[in-house]
Design a protein around this ligand. Structure first.
Ligand code: ZN
Length: 417
């Protein structure tokens, strides 16, 4: 596959994955087209060797895998489907000074400033009853800009450029209309496909920026988009797996709730991957051998060194955009990479002539973490944390390079058995 085509499809994927649910739906479509069969956790599994499968949990996490005739370890690739965002509160409607706003709660380590003055839309899951009184569930997306968080004018806050802080409770509620009242339930139900929906039971919705992903820069060096952390990795690993032969032992796991610590039924600290591996292994002996023989490449974005803030990096471990995939190392196991895992990855990169960079957080700064150490701890699988260099991580619009995602794709293809 050519890099331009790869990046064009990436932009579409970034635009489709407005919530973890929608990202999962997008990955399911790609996998289905590539010949993967959907299976369900609630069913009895009768897997056929030589076939390929995927399974979801909470419709927001997905595991896909080949099921080769030859038993043995897997090349596993991990990523996460969620991104920092503003989630709608259960009773969101606030009427104030002729405006209607919807109350929101920040999700994950959100950079709040960039959310102001954007054209926002809303998407997610709604549950309701139908005419027969049955429980229904649908995924909705308003698609058009329906809200904005307007800034306070500088004339009303002379200190705005020096001291403005954001109170997540009082400053962030998006304005949706200037009508004097609204029927929130009727509005949500008007968006579902079901004819005559009756009562809204629950919703799980979040706002997103309607500005589309784009290639920018004087020579098209950058990809600017929402949710690059971590749909960029979801896209790469899905493509690597889709090109795998059914006889290549290859698996991907894209989990929800990484941004809040992965502790949930569908998160990496939950039982999803372990349960799938045990079921496809058959017995404990085979499961234990499979885990020991496998390597998990945990893919999440890495901080590129920012020209305005270069002192935030250790000078010897300061990755640059478009200079290649970043191997992440932390002495205190905030990243799971060991020299053994790293060497396998670097060796594969060497074979396909792709560059590698290394990242270590400054010793006087705290280090973030990812699904790598969590999965390594839970399963005992050899794990490596790597990622693509980005600016503005956790902003509403992040920035990555047009070369790096394809470079990771090439290395993972080579690493595949
Ligand atoms: Zn991430």
């Amino acid at each position: 596959m050519q890099r331009e085509l790869f990046n064009q499809e990436l932009l579409k994927f970034l635009d489709r994955g407005v919530t973890p649910f929608h990202a999962t739906i997008a990955m399911k479509k790609v996998l289905t087209t590539a010949g993967f069969n959907e299976i369900y956790e609630r069913d009895a599994w009768k897997l056929t060797r030589g076939e390929k499968y995927f399974v979801t949990r909470n419709d927001s996490s997905i595991i896909a895998f080949t099921y080769p005739k030859k038993h043995g370890g897997y090349m596993m690739m991990g990523a996460h489907t969620d991104s920092p965002t503003l989630k709608l509160k259960p009773n969101p409607v606030i009427e104030k000074n002729g405006c209607i706003q919807w109350g929101v709660a920040p999700y994950g380590g959100l950079l709040m400033n960039p959310w102001f003055d954007r054209d926002l839309s809303l998407a997610g899951r709604v549950s309701f009853t139908n005419v027969a009184g049955e429980l229904c569930e649908e995924y909705i997306d308003f698609k058009t800009p329906i809200a904005t968080i307007a800034s306070l004018a500088i004339h009303l806050d002379k200190e705005a450029n020096k001291n403005r802080t954001i109170n997540a409770q009082t400053d962030l509620a998006p304005i949706v209309t200037c009508h004097s009242s609204m029927d929130f339930e009727a509005l949500l139900l008007s968006r579902v496909d079901e004819k005559n929906p009756q009562r809204l039971l629950s919703h799980e919705l979040s706002f997103y920026d309607t500005q589309k992903a784009a290639v920018i820069g004087l020579e098209g060096e950058f990809i600017a988009s929402a949710r690059l952390d971590n749909l960029l990795s979801c896209y790469v690993v899905t493509n690597v797996l889709c090109r795998a032969d059914a006889e290549d032992a290859c698996l991907m796991v894209c989990s929800d709730h990484e941004e809040v610590g992965s502790g949930s039924t569908s998160g990496a600290a939950g039982s999803f991957l372990e349960s799938v591996l045990k079921r496809l292994s058959g017995d404990f002996e085979s499961y234990s051998r499979l885990v020991t023989d496998s390597l998990l490449v945990s893919c999440d974005n890495a901080h590129a060194v920012h020209p305005n803030f270069s002192d935030k990096h250790d000078a010897n471990h300061a990755p640059r955009i478009n200079d290649g995939v970043v191997v992440k190392v932390n002495a205190n196991q905030r990243y799971a990479s060991s020299s053994r895992g790293i060497s396998r990855f670097v060796h594969a990169a060497m074979r396909v002539n792709e560059p590698i960079q290394e990242f270590v957080t400054r010793s006087d700064l705290g280090c973030g973490s990812t699904i790598g150490p969590i999965t390594a701890t839970r399963l005992g699988v050899e794990t490596l944390d790597i990622g693509l260099p980005t600016f503005a991580m956790h902003s509403i619009r992040e920035l990555a390079g047009t070369k790096d995602a394809f470079s990771l794709y090439n290395i993972l293809q080579e690493l595949r058995p």
